[in-house]
Design a protein around this ligand. Structure first.
Ligand code: SAH
Ligand code: SF4
Length: 364
């Protein structure tokens, strides 16, 4: 048995694997070696969460944002953008399409706002989605950093999962990607608050950031473990031209191949290491390759978030350049997705919430 086969066999069998070996897996370059890694992660996925995909219909609620993360296309400082915000009825109507599509869950995502009008609108929208769907739709929120009473109100209204990416677990790397008033410690505190409120807690990072090392990425995965995270949303970092990133990192020009590869390897190593968590195969993977999301599933992910947002607003919610599907309505996205999932031999958990097994095991 060669060294890689031995290492992967130990990882699958949960036998000791050294930090340096995990880092070596993240650093694999040879396509055949990467394929072996993805295959091993897929075996673990089948064993712990099954060859089944759960869908969360994504509602992009608003591109208004009070923050100014250097990498993000809808940051406050980007003036080349028409801002939009769905009203409560639009949020509810968009979300309820998930019932017709049998998606089982929805995700409400937006730029960050902490005004009480926004908090109230979201609480009402969540409660309406809950009641109009007779409690059938699971509701995930991804609405940034908030105070505990806001998280608690949204939870009481019926949301039960929350996604807040730590973006980079290394505070020094985080600081290179954000203005000085964006606090890594505060982001961590918010993850604690979400846990205290009873949410299934999701976090994640961007992979392939300028100055990020393989050690950073391995620390990210250990952070997920140490924080006992239930769900992971990770994707490759992709440039947006109307952000300060090109100017701050002028020598950073990764190939699309390298970006896709690091995104997939992060999914695979996370699956091998954490086993029973939910891992999303994100749209950023699809931006790099037409079958990027399916490749994500085959590398260990088990969640996809098809977009429900009206085509009218999609152009306004470009976090990065070349975001796919901005000219494609929700029906077309759904049909293509269902076909492509069937093609790789996985089943879809239609009408199921598909809660994180890790969460179920954690609260048992
Ligand atoms: N405002 C909320 C949710 C919307 S942003 C928040 O920040 O939590 C959702 C995610 O998009 C962010 O967590 C970030 O990881 C990702 N994102 C933003 N800009 C990106 C880019 N240029 N490339 C890849 N992912 C990006
Ligand atoms: Fe706003 Fe989120 Fe983009 Fe940061 S990543 S600028 S908080 S939308």
């Amino acid at each position: 048995m060669n060294h890689l086969e031995d290492l992967l066999a130990r990882a699958v069998a949960q036998e000791p694997v050294a930090d340096a070996e995990w880092i070596a897996l993240l650093g694999l370059r040879d396509p055949e070696a990467c394929a072996m890694l993805f295959h091993a992660a897929y075996e673990v996925k089948k064993r712990y969460v099954g060859a089944k995909v759960y869908l969360r219909g994504l509602v992009e609620v608003s591109n208004l944002c009070t923050k100014n993360c250097y990498y993000c296309g809808i940051r406050r400082g980007n003036e080349h953008l028409t801002r939009f915000c769905l009203d409560r009825h639009e949020i509810v109507d968009t979300a309820l399409q998930a019932l017709d599509f049998h998606y089982g869950s929805v995700v409400l995502q937006a730029g960050e706002r902490t005004d009480s009008r926004f908090a109230d609108d979201i609480a009402e929208a969540v409660a309406e989605i809950k009641s109009a769907s007779d409690g059938r739709l699971g509701i995930t929120l991804s609405l940034g950093e908030q105070e505990k009473p806001v998280y608690a109100t949204w939870f009481a209204a019926g949301a039960h999962r929350y996604l807040l990416r730590i973006e980079a677990s290394n505070p020094a790397l985080y600081a290179r990607l954000h203005p000085a008033d964006h606090s890594h410690a505060e982001r961590l505190r918010c993850l604690e608050l979400l846990r205290e409120c009873g949410y299934q807690v999701g976090t994640g990072v961007m992979a392939g950031l300028p100055t990020q090392t393989l050690e950073d990425l391995w620390s990210d995965i250990r952070f997920f473990r140490d924080f006992d995270i239930d769900m992971i949303g990770m994707g490759p970092y992709l440039m947006h031209h109307d952000t300060p990133m090109p100017e701050r990192f002028p020598d950073f020009h990764p190939t699309q191949e390298a970006q896709l590869s690091i995104g997939l390897k992060m999914i695979a190593v996370t699956r091998l290491f954490l086993r029973d968590v939910n891992i999303a195969s994100t749209t950023a993977l699809q931006a790099l390759s037409p079958h990027g999301r399916e490749e994500g599933l085959l590398a260990g992910a088990n969640i996809i978030m098809p977009n429900l947002t009206s085509v009218r607003y999609r152009e306004g919610y470009k976090l990065y350049d070349n975001k796919p599907g901005t000219d494609e309505n929700a029906e077309t996205s759904r049909d293509k997705l269902i076909e492509s999932i069937a093609r790789i031999g996985e089943t879809i958990g239609f009408d199921e919430w598909g809660d994180s097994r890790h969460f179920q095991n954690r609260v048992k």
